[in-house]
Design a protein around this ligand. Structure first.
Ligand SMILES: NC(=O)c1ccc[n+]([C@@H]2O[C@H](COP(=O)([O-])OP(=O)(O)OC[C@H]3O[C@@H](n4cnc5c(N)ncnc54)[C@H](OP(=O)(O)O)[C@@H]3O)[C@@H](O)[C@H]2O)c1
Length: 326
């Protein structure tokens, strides 16, 4: 099969396609012929040698993918050759930037009719992250005001739709005026340009001084310090990333006197410690099947164009998800 392999850390050009031995489905595994693989910020950080964990090199990146079952390992129940499935890896065992991936059956789910494989491939990382952070950590309910940073990103574009669907008022941030109308079209009530706006002050103005009930902070750095000032009394701030790759200087007086809840979230760490994402992923698949949400796909790329996909993510110009089509 063909696969993208990282032999050494570096810029996007280290993503080279080569012929590799076909993986096989061991007992308990499903061999998936990958038709769509999600491209995530974590892949970019891994490739650059900046991710906090990952497989030893050489390695095939890609934490999520969707396709058809090519083979089923001995003793693996519930899957048949030809089934449309979505699958996900672990931080230490990715592998979806490839034509084939052998995955433990507990990391595979059937994709319902009517759901595109390109959309399904985007669920296990970005959409699950948004869903878990909003509902499980942020206790999202109708009537909340939710602030979503980086509203045009993979996670952000999911979070805007999920929060709107829940009956929240959604405020989102973006880093360029070109993204504003697009994020509004996803359902955001207000879209604020973080380069030209004092976000905490504007959130307070828009909420009559109260602040947002829930802040999804996927930027980190100085933005996180602002999230603590933008949140309402007894509200939730969920910190799930540091794409800024910078420390935050915070004042604890910005949150403890108002009984604010501050949560950390890391998906692979949760899965390593017993979290089974299948019930929530099934809910997301059903929601796509009934057109409750759409996965915005900015662009698709062939395997040999993986460097272009990473450059697009790094450009910060993408609107939604980038997908490889092996
Ligand atoms: N903790 C977890 O388990 C988990 C799971 C999934 C994703 N994540 C994290 O969530 C974040 C979003 O993921 P994604 O795949 O949706 O990312 P993405 O599509 O690459 O979006 C990142 C966006 O962040 C904004 N941004 C703000 N400051 C930035 C900076 N200094 N450098 C680069 N971008 C900056 C940019 O949008 P603007 O230019 O519009 O501001 C950029 O497009 C990533 O940091 C990712 O690692 C964490």
């Amino acid at each position: 099969m063909l696969a993208v392999k990282v032999e050494k850390f570096g810029d996007a050009e280290v993503l080279a396609v080569s012929e590799t031995a076909d993986p096989v489905a061991d007992p308990g595994e499903v061999l998936v012929a990958v038709e769509a693989a999600g491209v995530n910020r974590a892949d970019v950080l891994f490739r650059a040698g900046a991710y906090h964990r990952g497989p030893a090199l050489p390695a095939v990146p890609g934490l999520e993918g969707a396709g058809r079952v090519r083979a089923v390992g001995e003793g693996t129940a519930g899957f048949a050759v030809g089934d449309r499935v979505v699958a996900w890896g672990a931080a230490d065992a990715p592998g979806f930037y490839a034509q084939l991936a052998a995955v433990p059956a507990e990391r595979v789910l059937p994709v319902p009719e009517g759901v595109e494989l390109t959309a399904a491939a985007a669920l296990p990382v970005a959409w699950l992250t948004a869903w878990y952070c909003l509902y499980r950590l942020g206790e999202l309910t109708a009537g909340d005001t939710v602030l979503v940073h980086a509203g045009a990103s993979g996670v952000g574009s999911a979070a805007v739709q999920i929060a709107k669907d829940a009956g929240a008022t959604v405020l989102a941030t973006v880093g360029s005026p070109d993204k504003q109308a697009w994020v509004r079209s996803l359902g955001s009530d207000e879209v604020l340009d973080h380069r030209t706006t004092d976000i905490p002050a504007e959130v307070r103005r828009l909420t009559a001084g109260r602040g947002a009930d829930l802040v999804l902070d996927l930027v980190g750095g100085d933005t996180f310090a602002g999230s603590l000032r933008a949140v309402a009394r007894a509200g939730h701030v969920v910190a799930l990333a540091n794409v800024a790759l910078a420390p935050s200087t915070i004042d604890t007086r910005d949150f403890y006197p108002r009984n604010v809840h501050v949560h950390g979230f890391q998906l692979n760490d949760l899965m390593d410690h017993g979290y089974d994402p299948r019930p929530e992923l099934r809910e997301l698949l059903d929601a796509l099947a009934t057109n409750r949400f759409t996965v915005p796909v900015d662009a698709t790329f062939g395997l040999s164009d993986a460097p272009a996909a990473h450059r697009r993510l790094e450009s910060r110009l993408a609107l939604g998800k980038l997908i490889l089509t092996p």
